[in-house]
Design a protein around this ligand. Structure first.
Ligand SMILES: *Cc1c(COP(=O)(O)O)cnc(C)c1O
Length: 347
């Protein structure tokens, strides 16, 4: 919305295309669509980054129409796009703006900044990096930051500081207006702020360094057992493909269900979409070497089970109270309160 207000103010409201890499999270095209934009997909190259040649073709094919490029770096494959400065230059040259999806900030704190990469607008998914609640429907909060030329378009009111302390400054005439009642999910923001202040600059850098080290440690320990489609030093996460296991009749979902038997929270499955049978593994900075070694041993055991006892995986989980649930139905019609069955109660 801010990018749209920016273009409209400059008399370029006819720009109607947002470019999105093929590995993007579904929320990116969804957000662009909500802001009334068309989306055009960018291909990834063999290293997992944006294919710069394809980007050039797309820019040439849609002259004068590009509003923005939305991307995350490191991206959903867990790889850092080393062409980001060139990508930013190409998009800026045609008048487009760069939007940073900050879901992967866990890899870069104290190491690099979206603004240095050339981004104009950034959101931060606080639950991905700053220890705020995730799942169960929130509450969530996602502050945004913008480059100087975007400041007049920010939603208001904004906190400002004067001689008598802080006060709310009304939004200016170019603002996109109020987007949230009151001060938003204030306690979520306090929690994120506390996390940031208690870590401090060195602590945050340490968080990112540890997250990246942990992910590389697990990836290298397991790469003989699972296919690694993008074999590079990863950032805070990496993506295996369970293609090899699929040939044995076992799918990524079965591997995840089997992990439950060992009390391990399974990885994200089937995302990003450009990796078949994707298993996205993000150990995070907080796990000890013992926990990581334990996870590695379990994943090796599961790879062996896939070869010798695939039935065990197909029927997993074996030790949980309930087996495989209808996850789509569970999300659409959540049953949040246990009640005895009428018949059962009379027995
Ligand atoms: C998780 C994620 C999102 C969506 O974030 P939510 O706020 O959890 O909906 C967007 N982009 C990427 C790359 C993500 O990993």
């Amino acid at each position: 919305m801010i990018i749209k207000a920016y273009h409209t103010h400059r008399g370029e409201g006819h720009r109607d295309i947002v470019l999105i890499p093929d590995g993007a999270h579904g929320t990116n095209p969804a957000s662009a669509t909500l802001a009334d934009y068309q989306t055009v997909e960018l291909k990834s190259n063999a290293r997992g980054g944006v294919d710069v040649e394809h980007l050039k073709q797309v820019l040439a094919a849609h002259q004068g129409k590009i509003a923005a490029l939305m991307m995350t770096n490191p991206n959903t494959l867990g790889v850092f796009d080393e062409n980001i400065v060139e990508i930013a230059k190409l998009v800026h040259e045609v008048g487009g703006q760069l939007y940073y999806d900050g879901a992967n900030a866990n890899a870069i704190m104290g190491i690099t900044r979206p603004g240095d990469m050339g981004f104009d607008v950034v959101h931060l998914n606080l639950h991905k990096t700053a220890s705020t609640p995730h799942g169960g429907g929130g509450p969530g909060a996602g502050p945004i930051g913008v480059a100087k030329h975007m400041v007049p378009f920010l939603p208001g009111p904004l906190p400002a500081k004067g001689r008598q302390g802080y006060f709310w400054e009304d939004a200016g005439p170019l603002s996109i207006g109020r987007v949230r009642a009151g001060a938003g999910n204030f306690l979520v923001l306090v929690r994120a702020y506390t996390y940031i202040r208690s870590n401090g600059p060195d602590g945050l850098r340490h968080v990112s360094n540890s997250a990246v080290l942990n992910a590389n440690y697990v990836m290298r320990a397991l790469q003989e057992y699972y296919d690694l489609p993008f074999d590079r030093t990863c950032m805070h996460e990496f993506v295996f493909s369970a293609n090899r296991q699929k040939a044995l009749g076992v799918r990524a979902l079965d591997i995840s269900k089997r992990l439950l038997d060992f009390g391990v929270h399974p990885p994200t499955n089937y995302f990003p979409l450009i990796v078949p049978e994707a298993l996205m593994i993000e150990p995070t900075e907080t796990e000890t070497k013992e926990t990581l070694d334990d996870f590695i041993a379990i994943m090796k055991q599961i790879a062996e089970e896939a070869e010798h006892q695939p039935g065990l995986l197909l029927e997993a989980p074996h030790v949980t109270v309930v087996g495989r649930l209808d996850e789509a139905l569970a999300a659409r019609k959540p049953n949040l309160r246990w009640q005895p069955e009428p018949e059962a109660a009379t027995v």
